[in-house]
Ligand binder design. Structure first.
Ligand code: RP5
Length: 168
């Protein structure tokens, strides 16, 4: 659900990306970070993509997440039109099963970075976590929530270790 006063803009190239992108939304929800979602294609609606990038900062967006498959240029196009940090999620699919999306998203030429996360279900979760970390550099409350998240990860590993060492 889109929030009022969103801090993160989540853009996907197609509504077919939504099942994956929803995981980013769920993760931002768990941190209480407001966001907005848009379907904008870099090749089907290039004017809309550039307009979104150019106006995001003025509307209070602080980080953009871009999810796209195919030869995924959405992250790069958005990054071209804004000074906000852009995080790219390469969406797996097609003949090359996401390898093309990964390369197109991660291999940005010098000067216009797109911080790229993994293909697959870890991608959208990590994109949202990275957005939280970026926002957390200037938001102590969010930084503490992220610290608690790290502690949860640590506790899970400790528990798993205890479990495998329990006598049968
Ligand atoms: C990209 O091409 C989208 O981001 C999507 O991942 C992929 C396929 O799009 P559809 O053909 O399903 O609309 O533009």
């Amino acid at each position: 659900m889109d929030s009022q006063n969103p801090r993160v803009g989540i853009v996907m190239g197609s509504d077919s990306d939504w099942p994956l992108v929803k995981k980013a939304c769920d993760t931002l929800d768990s941190f209480g970070v407001p966001y907005e979602t848009r379907v904008i294609s870099a090749h089907r609606t290039p004017d809309v993509a550039l307009d979104y990038a150019k106006t995001a900062e003025g509307r209070g967006i602080q980080v953009i997440i871009a999810a796209a498959g195919g030869a995924a240029h959405l992250g790069g196009v958005l990054a071209a039109g804004t000074v906000l940090p852009v995080i790219g999620i390469p969406v797996a699919g097609g003949a090359l099963n996401g390898l093309d999306a990964l390369y197109a998203t991660v291999q940005m030429p010098s000067g216009v970075p797109v911080a790229t996360v993994a293909c697959g279900s870890a991608g959208p979760v990590n994109a949202a976590l990275l957005a939280v970390q970026i926002l957390g550099t200037a938001d102590a409350g969010l930084r503490e929530k992220f610290r608690a998240h790290k502690e949860t990860l640590r506790a899970k590993v400790t528990k798993a270790n205890e479990r495998i060492h329990q006598p049968e």
